[in-house]
Design a binder for this molecule. Structure first.
Ligand code: SAH
Ligand code: SF4
Length: 362
C-alpha cells in the first residue's frame, strides 16, 4: 500500500482516514493541530499520541514539506521563497509585510497554461497542478520561518492566491487548501482575509460561490472583449459581460461586500481614458474596487507600463464615478517577486495544452 501524505487532507478527510485504520476520530484533530498549529511533522514528536500509534503512522503515512531551494529578502522587507516541489520543478511564494498586516501570496500550479500575454508565469508554460499538500506547505513553511524571525505567532494575517498559476484550474486541491487555511484547528484565517484571484474561469467562480465563498479578485485588465481577447486568451471562452454577470451573482455570497478588479496598466494597450469610462458602464450597479497595477516588466515581454501620469488620470475617472480605485505599490521588485514576475522553474513545459480551450478547467 502506498503511504499517504497527511498534508493533503482536510480535518474531515483526516477523520475518515483515522476511522479507516481503526483509530478513534479524535486522533485526527490531535495530529491536525500538531501539524498546522504547532508546525510539528514528526509523528514521534507528537507527545499525546501513543507510541504504538506513532509506529503505525510511520508505517502507513508521512508528511511531506517541499525543500526550500532559496530565500530572497528585498530591501522593502518582502521575502520570496523558491520551493522545490519535485526533482524538476520549483515554485515561488512571497510574503509582503505591511504596517497592520502580513500577506502571503501562494502559488497553485507549476507554471500556468492560460498564456496571458503580460504575465511571466504564463510565458513559462505549464507542467502540473500543485497538490493540496504543496499549496498548504507554502503557508506552513512561511509561518515557521516568520515565527522565528518576528518572534510572533500571528505574522500572516492574509493569504492571496496570486502567485504562480490559475487557482480555479486546480479547483479541488485549491478548495481543500482553502478549507485547511480557514479551519480553526489549523490556520484560522477568515474568509475576508483569504482572497482568490482568477483570470475569469466562470464555472469555477460559480462553484466557489456554492462551496466556500472567499474574497474574490478578478484579473480584468480590459473593459471590452476586443482588448481582453488580445491579452487574456481565456476571454474568448468566457467573455467579459458574462464574467461581470458571474460576479453579480458571487457578491450575494461573498464575505466582502465588493469584488476587487485588478487592472494591469499597459501603455497603449488598455490605458486609453475611454476605457476607464467603459469600465464604469461595465460594472454599473456592482459594488467594485479597482486596483490599478503598474506593469512589472520581465525580459522580452513586449509591453511597457503606462506612465504614472496616465495611471493617475485613469484612476481619477474611476474615482469621479464613485469607484474606489487604488494604485498598487510595487513591492519586491528588486528580487523579482512582484505580481506577474514569478517564474519558479517549470521543467517539461510541454504539458501546456495545444489550446487553452482544451484545458480541464475545474
Ligand atoms: N492566475 C490568477 C492569479 C495569479 S496572477 C490571475 O490571473 O488572477 C496575480 C495577478 O498579477 C493577476 O492580476 C495578474 O493579472 C497580475 N499580473 C500578471 N502579470 C503581471 C505583470 N507583468 N505586471 C503586473 N501584474 C501582473
Ligand atoms: Fe496564468 Fe494568471 Fe498569469 Fe494569466 S495572469 S498566465 S491566469 S498566472
Amino acid at each position: 500500500m502506498d503511504k499517504i501524505n497527511l498534508l493533503d487532507l482536510t480535518l474531515n478527510q483526516l477523520e475518515t482516514f483515522f476511522v479507516s485504520i481503526g483509530e478513534p476520530k479524535f486522533r485526527a484533530k490531535q495530529v491536525f493541530r500538531w501539524v498546522h498549529v504547532y508546525g510539528v511533522i514528526d509523528f514521534n514528536s507528537m507527545t499525546d499520541i501513543a507510541k504504538s500509534l506513532q509506529t503505525k503512522l510511520n508505517d502507513i503515512a508521512y508528511i511531506c514539506i517541499p525543500e526550500i531551494y532559496s530565500e530572497h529578502v528585498s530591501s522593502d522587507g518582502v521575502i520570496k521563497w523558491v520551493l522545490k516541489v519535485d526533482s524538476l520543478n520549483k515554485i515561488e511564494t512571497v510574503f509582503i509585510p505591511e504596517d497592520n498586516r502580513g500577506t502571503l501570496c501562494v502559488s497553485s500550479q507549476v507554471g500556468c497554461a492560460l498564456e496571458c500575454q503580460f504575465c511571466s508565469t504564463g510565458r513559462q508554460g505549464f507542467n502540473r497542478n500543485l497538490s493540496t499538500g504543496e499549496i498548504i506547505s507554502q503557508l506552513w513553511i512561511a509561518n515557521k520561518k516568520l515565527r522565528s524571525n518576528y518572534k510572533s505567532d500571528k505574522v500572516i494575517t492574509n493569504v492571496v492566491f496570486m502567485g504562480m498559476g490559475e487557482p480555479l484550474a486546480n479547483y479541488n486541491n485549491v478548495l481543500n487548501a482553502i478549507t485547511i487555511m480557514l479551519d480553526n484547528n489549523a490556520y484560522n484565517l477568515s474568509k475576508r482575509k483569504l482572497t482568490l484571484s482568477t483570470s475569469g474561469v466562470i464555472p469555477g467562480i460559480n462553484k466557489l460561490r456554492d462551496d466556500c465563498p472567499v474574497s474574490l479578485a478578478i484579473s480584468l485588465h480590459a473593459s471590452n472583449d476586443v482588448v481582453r481577447n488580445e491579452i487574456i486568451p481565456l476571454n474568448k471562452k468566457y467573455p467579459i459581460v458574462q464574467l461581470i454577470d458571474t460576479c453579480r451573482s458571487y457578491i450575494k455570497s461573498s464575505p466582502k461586500n465588493y469584488i476587487t478588479f485588478e487592472y494591469v496598466m499597459l501603455k497603449g494597450v488598455n490605458d486609453n481614458l475611454e476605457y476607464a469610462k467603459e469600465l464604469i458602464d461595465l460594472v454599473q450597479g456592482l459594488p467594485s474596487k479597482f486596483n490599478l497595477i503598474p506593469f512589472n516588466s520581465f525580459p522580452n515581454s513586449g509591453f511597457e507600463s503606462s506612465s504614472r501620469n496616465q495611471i493617475v488620470k485613469f484612476q481619477r475617472i474611476l474615482q469621479e464615478a464613485g469607484l474606489i480605485t487604488t494604485i498598487r505599490k510595487t513591492r519586491g521588485d528588486s528580487i523579482d517577486a512582484a505580481c506577474g514576475q514569478l517564474v519558479g522553474n517549470v521543467k517539461d513545459k510541454t504539458k501546456r495544452q495545444e489550446k487553452w480551450g482544451t484545458i480541464k478547467i475545474i
